[in-house]
Design a binder for this molecule. Structure first.
Ligand SMILES: C[S@@+](CC[C@H](N)C(=O)[O-])C[C@H]1O[C@@H](n2cnc3c(N)ncnc32)[C@H](O)[C@@H]1O
Length: 198
């Protein structure tokens, strides 16, 4: 099972909130790609943060494509059902607001508007085929670390092609931008891996 949890790497999520969301929140369509989503807890964390910053009305314009090479996550992401141990990291007020106890004992269900905003698609990043174009945000964290650097550069080139101008790319703290990609993105936060497509 992939290692992941709700609101992982809050520092980078806060940078997203500060630098990316204010520029994106009022766009007519917000299409987001969460690449290497595993069980979807990252995708739903993104959905919660955007929903908190956008409000109910603008949130209807948002869609998250949650992709992973491993098909087994499809059913989990689509159901939006998580065990009590998984949701206990979520701050109390957000847990109450966005989750309800599910029929299955010891499980919580994500709120329906958020569940509907996230779609799982099986996708292999090394295919170098973007899930779609015109995206406003790509989040790819803790996925590329085992790939050789030339391959990472090709995947990041694909992300560049998938993003609309001014769209953002977010990676984990330890994933450095390869030298080939330095002219494709501008770094927006000195203390995190948040980049804007140029
Ligand atoms: C450690 S989890 C990261 C989950 C989440 N992004 C996070 O940071 O919490 C890594 C995920 O990447 C997926 N993955 C590995 N290689 C991939 C590839 N070539 N294409 C798409 N997903 C891949 C794995 O199946 C796994 O679910």
């Amino acid at each position: 099972m992939a290692f992941t949890y709700f609101f992982r790497d809050m520092h980078t999520l806060r940078l997203m909130e500060r630098h990316a969301i204010p520029q994106l929140r009022s766009r007519r369509y917000l299409n987001i790609w969460d690449a290497g989503c595993a069980t979807g807890v990252e995708s739903y964390s993104l959905a919660i943060i955007f929903r908190e910053n956008m409000g109910e009305f603008l949130f209807r314009n948002l869609h998250i494509y949650a992709t992973d090479i491993d098909d087994q996550f499809g059913a989990v992401v689509s159901a939006g059902l998580y065990r009590e141990e998984e949701v206990k990291r979520i701050p109390g007020s957000l847990l109450e607001k966005y989750f309800t106890p599910a029929e299955a004992p010891g499980h919580f269900a994500i709120a329906e508007p958020l569940r509907k905003a996230v779609t799982f698609v099986r996708h292999d990043l090394t295919s170098l085929q973007p899930i779609r174009e015109g995206l406003c945000l790509v989040v790819c964290k803790n996925v590329l670390l085992h790939l050789p650097s030339e391959r990472v550069a090709l995947v990041i080139k694909m992300f560049h092609a998938a993003l609309a101008e001014g769209g953002f790319l977010i990676m984990e703290q330890t994933q450095k931008m390869p030298w080939q990609a330095k002219t494709w993105f501008r770094r927006v936060a000195a203390d995190g891996q948040v980049f804007q497509r140029v």
